[in-house]
Design a protein around this ligand. Structure first.
Ligand SMILES: Nc1ncnc2c1ncn2[C@@H]1O[C@H](COP(=O)(O)OP(=O)(O)OP(=O)(O)O)[C@@H](O)[C@H]1O
Ligand SMILES: Cc1ncc(C[n+]2csc(CCOP(=O)(O)O)c2C)c(N)n1
Ligand SMILES: [Mg+2]
Ligand SMILES: [Mg+2]
Ligand SMILES: [Mg+2]
Length: 330
């Protein structure tokens, strides 16, 4: 499968003709949005988790796997600025998974679903040969005209991210024993960030109040997601490494690793986006009043769909590197 590129594959299978004019976002964003009869907008998306690719039984409990499986999907709803409502689970179970473990996965999901008031409305259960596969479909709603499209960025905009970046990838490298940390509080924090991502639904909802906001959630890494916004909006993006928010815990680790985790690590499930300068002053005020973290990391400029990274006054083109299924550049 090494010749298979995830992103060019999606481009190849993307339909060239849309049959329903009610469809607002076809393939190419975090979720699909379409009009329903009463004029409201429904938001739908699906993501799959595979044992060995997204999680390992050796270091994650069934509850943790379930929590994360739903969280990463809610994160895509947050990246459209929508309100989560329902979810469906398709699960392919190999012989070495016991029923009580599968129920544990559902318990992990149910815990998070309660927080976001989501109902489990269906799914599918099948057997499979070797690896557990969990496919989660989520459905949300959004008001007309307030969708966080990747194509909404405009020259002059501020580029922002929520939370801190790189913690999840650092936590994964701790679990995989690629790095070690002496302080148990630091390793606990980073591993927790890997196992329990917080979908930024509240942040997405506040951001939806702006007249125009571009949004993407960080699953494959900051560099990859910024490229997706640059490509969808046909703009150039410039970011400053120093301004990317990093946790105090990650800052105790090696500088070259921090850079790799922050830019290319992925699974942060924070939101990255752009908004006008006027909206940005307002966003900062709302964030302070409502106790969430959001930081300016760069600007949008006219120009080709590229991403530039400034570091110690040196500017370099940032490659679209990050997590790409089938590609081994990580
Ligand atoms: N096999 C597929 N068939 C049809 N559409 C697909 C397929 N795979 C992805 N897509 C669509 O391509 C677009 C980009 O998908 P992608 O999975 O990269 O985004 P994402 O779900 O936000 O990221 P991630 O999966 O890394 O969390 C989305 O619109 C998605 O629905
Ligand atoms: C055991 C194990 N090895 C590696 C990783 C890292 N990882 C897997 S998928 C992915 C990108 C997001 O997934 P997707 O693009 O499918 O949404 C990343 C960063 C992990 N979580 N567990
Ligand atoms: Mg996404
Ligand atoms: Mg996806
Ligand atoms: Mg991905």
């Amino acid at each position: 499968m090494s010749l298979f590129d995830e992103f060019s594959f999606i481009h190849k299978i993307k339909p060239t003709k849309i049959l329903h004019s009610e469809l607002i976002t076809p393939i190419g964003d975090d979720a699909s949005v379409y009009k329903v009869l009463d004029g409201a907008r429904q938001v739908v998306c699906v993501d799959t988790m595979v044992e060995g690719v997204h999680f390992l039984k050796e270091f994650s409990t069934p509850e943790e796997i379930g929590y994360k499986g739903l969280a990463v999907n809610i994160s895509d709803l947050a990246a459209m600025a929508s309100i989560p409502k329902y979810y469906l689970i398709s699960i392919a179970i190999p012989p070495h998974w016991k029923e009580e473990e599968i129920i544990g996965i559902y318990q992990g999901m149910a815990k998070l679903a309660k927080t976001y008031m989501m109902d489990l409305i269906g799914g599918d259960t099948v057997s499979t040969g070797d690896k557990l596969v969990i496919t989660v479909t989520v459905i949300g709603e959004i008001e007309k005209d307030h969708i966080g499209l990747r194509s909404n960025a405009m020259p002059g905009d501020v580029v922002f991210v929520t939370g801190t970046l790189g913690d999840s990838a650092a936590g994964l490298d701790l679990l995989l024993k690629k790095v070690s940390v002496r302080d148990p509080n630091i390793s606990h924090f980073l591993i927790n960030r890997h196992k329990y991502p917080s979908p930024r639904v509240k942040e997405g909802r506040y951001l939806s109040k702006m007249e125009r906001v571009a949004l993407n959630d960080i699953s494959d890494g900051l560099a990859s997601e910024l490229h997706e916004i640059a490509e969808a909006s046909q703009v150039s993006i410039k970011i400053e490494f120093r301004d990317i928010p990093k946790s105090k815990e990650i800052l105790t680790l090696r500088e070259d690793l921090i850079e790799k985790w922050v830019l290319f690590g992925g699974e942060d499930f924070e939101l990255v986006g752009t908004a006008s300068v006027d909206s940005w002053s307002f966003i900062k005020k709302i964030a302070k009043e409502n106790d969430f973290q959001i930081s300016k990391i760069g600007i949008v400029e006219k120009g080709p769909a590229e991403v530039w990274l400034q570091r110690d006054k040196v500017e370099q083109k940032l490659k679209k590197s990050g997590y790409n299924h089938f590609k081994q550049d990580r």
